[in-house]
Design a protein around this ligand. Structure first.
Ligand code: NAD
Length: 430
């Protein structure tokens, strides 16, 4: 493990030099990051293929393309976001004026997971650079090829005293957390999120926690069934279901259940063929531990379609499970794989009450052609963010803040929200 204290001392010195506060410096480094990514695009996609069997198309769509778009937005908007913002001053303070100044925290620690290992390391880094921080990035050990290419790119284009990548496992993560950072941005599981927050509390370091959870998807009786089936299959089986915002439990109105199942299976076949194991577009489970965990969820379940597994290839077919009991393990923890439990419902209010009895999810999707039914769900259930009549694509709109609530996390990022997350907002009355 590289000497963390030494790196932090160097970064502290560099931060105090004031260079990172200069707007031109930040824009230059965002541009440098962008050209480094473009230059290394093929190597990044190759690493994603090795780690997760991600196709080049999916790798670009969900990782490289997302961060390039984010940098483009920052290049256009940063100057106006970073400008001190004039705000109103109450009458009793007449003659005074008030402004909010955005200042970087200092050194930001970014800890990333393995499922979108490139995007989830680089997207927060963009916010950190834009706000004027120095950064330490720890990618996940479970996507070692992507971690290596991130490390190589950053080392080749940035000085260690400004941005550095520290590769390693949970132990490395713990060693980093023992140090004092000025901000911690963590993406990963709820369990480790608690460890991160406990460690941060010792130094009173502010945190953003981007966690997971069981994101529900509701298909109401008057939904466009074919469209819903296609969009749910897309959001669920991308990256073999290893997506934090993938639908994790599906409620379908009883009156359309049969039709929905037929359309859903049709679209899975259209995306991945009759045998998804042979599809170049279908990803694999990250490792044997997760494979075994997922296979255990399939045991003795009523499978509507799918269910095929191959340990030699870490392959699990896109799978739909019929009406599991509420106490079934598949209904408890986040699935994080290509298995989707389907529950039929008659009354939308019972679905809403059920969801309100569970921890707040990271995402929620509702398919209905009646705006007031969608509105009812959005207003009555608390969740991080979501879509009406689609799944997961809210993630790519950088104008929408992205983040969880309750057990699915705290804080937000993407676009302006990233800039604000990595900045302290200093209010000044003159
Ligand atoms: P994880 O919590 O196991 O690991 C995430 C990172 O934390 C890794 O870099 C890991 O090395 C590090 N880590 C592990 N133990 C640590 C410790 N004790 N101290 C410090 N660091 C430690 O999560 P994962 O398995 O990589 O990711 C899956 C989870 O992440 C799922 O729950 C998923 O929903 C969630 N997730 C959330 C988002 C989001 O944007 N909200 C995105 C992707 C994944």
């Amino acid at each position: 493990m590289r000497n963390i204290q030494h790196i932090l001392a160097e970064q502290k010195r560099f931060f105090q030099s004031g260079h990172t506060k200069d707007l031109a410096f930040r824009l230059r480094n965002l541009a440098r990051l962008k050209s480094a990514i473009v230059e290394n695009e093929a190597a990044i996609l190759k690493a994603l293929k090795k780690d997760l069997s991600k196709s080049a198309y999916e790798g670009y769509l969900s990782e490289v393309g997302v961060v390039l778009n984010e940098i483009r937005l920052f290049s256009r908007k940063l100057k106006s976001w970073a400008r001190p913002k004039r705000v109103k001053t109450p009458f009793v303070l007449w003659v005074a004026s008030s402004r909010i100044y955005f200042e970087p925290y200092g050194i930001a620690l970014i800890i990333a997971p393995w499922n979108y290992p490139f995007q989830l390391s680089i997207a927060p880094l963009i916010g950190s650079i834009a706000a004027g921080n120095c950064s330490v990035v720890k990618p996940s050990e479970y996507a070692p090829h992507t971690a290596a290419i991130i490390s190589e790119i950053i080392a080749a284009h940035f000085d260690n005293s400004y941005i550095t990548v520290i590769e390693g496992d949970a132990q490395t993560g713990e060693a980093l957390l023992a140090e004092r950072f000025d901000y911690i941005f963590y993406t990963g599981s709820e369990a480790v999120g608690k460890i991160v927050m406990t460690a941060a509390a010792k130094h009173l370091t502010p945190v953003t926690l981007e966690l997971g959870g069981k994101s529900p998807c509701i298909v109401d009786q008057d939904a466009n069934i074919d469209q819903a089936a296609k969009r749910i299959a897309f959001g669920k089986f991308m990256n073999a279901g290893q997506t934090c915002i993938a639908p994790d439990l599906l409620f379908v109105h009883n009156s359309i259940k049969q039709q929905f199942q037929t359309q859903f299976e049709k679209h899975v076949h259209q995306f991945y063929g009759k045998n998804p194991q042979q599809s170049p577009d279908y990803a694999r489970i990250i490792n044997k531990r997760h494979y075994d965990r997922l296979v255990a969820l399939l045991k003795d379940r009523r499978i509507i379609f799918g269910g095929q597994c191959d340990p030699t290839d870490l392959y699990i077919a896109p799978t739909l499970i019929d009406n599991p009991a509420l106490e079934d393990p598949v209904m408890q923890a986040e699935i994080f794989g290509p298995i989707l439990p389907l529950l039929a419902f008659d009354d939308l209010s019972t679905v809403i009450s059920f969801l309100n009895s569970r921890p707040k999810p990271l995402a929620l999707y509702v398919f209905s052609n009646q705006p007031q039914r969608c509105q009812k769900v959005i207003e009555k259930v608390s969740f991080g963010a979501g879509c009406i009549n689609d799944t997961i694509i809210h993630f790519v709109n950088a104008h929408l803040p992205f983040g969880g609530v309750g057990n699915s996390g705290m804080g937000q990022y993407h676009g302006k929200a990233s800039f604000e997350t990595f900045s302290h907002q200093k209010g000044i009355l003159k």
